[in-house]
Design a protein around this ligand. Structure first.
Ligand SMILES: Nc1nc2c(c(=O)[nH]1)N[C@H]1C(S)=C(S)[C@@H](COP(=O)(O)O)O[C@H]1N2
Ligand SMILES: [Mo]
Length: 350
């Protein structure tokens, strides 16, 4: 893993490792923490459901496992800061980690539907957002605050949104939120709250720092909208995982491989690779879909000239939207959602 920070732990797998399998092994799955991994006493652990509900609930893990139907969803998580490194060349972003294209991974998640738990509690009139709170306390905020966030009710009750206790068929590991986390497929990773202890039905979005202040798309130049756009659905993105930037390659055809992903219920429709700065594009082959909420792996065979070549990738979605050419057009003060063409530069021997 490429460790950006040891405490709190923040690490991404090397790109080539992500290219190996559509389902990322647990030990290669990126980790994004804002606080120390909390020590959870499993016997004492309870999930509280409160706020605008008919009945407050206190559920143990056994209550969840035995009292609710189990569901499994293959879902990609993607941090809003994925590919931030590509924005740093435009302008510095102090205090934020320079993530490469590996702040995203895909797993098979099992647990129960959030909708089922909300149905058991019964929502009262006026409930419009579902807030989540973890038991890790972030020292990045003053005064320190448990990590949290929220999603609008329409997404919260969608069938793909899980309270997950299993990842790739194993109990959820501590670093990924044991014993229970939210998985909000298609939305930025920040909404998939780990170490979940409280679900609250609210009339407004959560006031937690990570919903109200961070994870917002601020304007590049402070203007009439200083609060920015709260980030939710993940925009269309793609990256080259192989070859690696700076690789020296043998002559002959080169296999180029990577991922493409879009959230918000859209689908990746096409991936293209350019060897000439975007004048011409070659179609990549998309791997078979692992489900509507998972990334697509892709490959293309490139015939590289001798010397240095920059390979670029872009994807298209089913609304025929594509990615912007330059990181300049998407630079923002917190360095979120770098969706510009991803590029690697390689050298081919004569
Ligand atoms: N409780 C808690 N949940 C959290 C976080 C956190 O710091 N604390 N980080 C969020 C962010 S920003 C991301 S991108 C994902 C990362 O999930 P992972 O570490 O399992 O990859 O978890 C989210 N859930
Ligand atoms: Mo994130």
């Amino acid at each position: 893993m490429r460790v950006h920070h040891a405490h709190p732990y923040n690490a991404e797998p090397p790109p080539a490792v992500l290219a190996e399998q559509v389902i990322t092994p647990v030990d290669a799955f990126y980790v994004r923490d804002h606080a120390a991994v909390p020590a959870v006493d499993l016997g004492a652990w309870r999930l509280t459901v409160d706020g605008l509900v008919e009945r407050e609930l206190e559920l143990s893990l056994a209550d969840l496992r035995t009292g609710f139907p189990e569901r499994t969803v293959v879902a990609t998580l993607q941090c809003a800061g994925n590919r931030r490194a590509g924005l740093l060349g435009v302008r510095d972003i102090p205090g934020e980690d320079p993530w490469g294209p590996g702040a995203t991974s895909t797993a098979v998640w099992s647990g129960t539907g959030l909708a089922d738990v909300l149905t058991r509690a019964g929502l009262r009139a006026g409930a419009a957002h579902i807030a989540f709170q973890g038991c890790d306390v972030s020292m990045e905020v003053s005064p320190p605050q448990p990590y949290g966030g929220s999603v609008p009710l329409a997404k919260a009750v969608a069938p793909e949104v899980l309270l997950a206790w299993e990842m790739n068929g194993e109990p959820l590991p501590p670093v990924h939120g044991a014993p229970l986390r939210v998985v909000v497929p298609g939305w930025i990773g920040a909404r998939s709250v780990k170490w979940l202890t409280r679900i609250t039905a609210l009339a407004e979005p959560s006031g937690n720092y990570y919903q109200a202040i961070a994870y917002r798309m601020l304007p590049a130049v402070p203007g009439p909208d200083p609060d920015g756009i709260p980030l939710g659905p993940v925009p269309l993105n793609s990256a080259i995982l192989r070859p690696g930037d700076g690789d020296r390659l043998a002559p002959g055809p080169t296999e180029v491989a990577g991922y493409a992903y879009t959230g918000g219920g859209r689908a990746v429709a096409r991936v293209e690779v350019s060897l000439d700065g975007g004048t011409t594009w070659q179609r990549a082959d998309l791997g078979s879909p692992a489900g509507p909420w998972a990334w697509r792996h892709w490959r293309a065979t490139a015939r590289l000239p001798a010397g240095e070549t920059t390979i670029a990738v872009r994807a298209w979605d089913d609304a025929a939207a594509t990615q912007p050419e330059s990181p300049r057009s998407v630079w923002n003060p917190k360095g979120y959602a770098n969706t510009s063409w991803h590029r690697v530069t390689v050298t081919c021997r004569e």
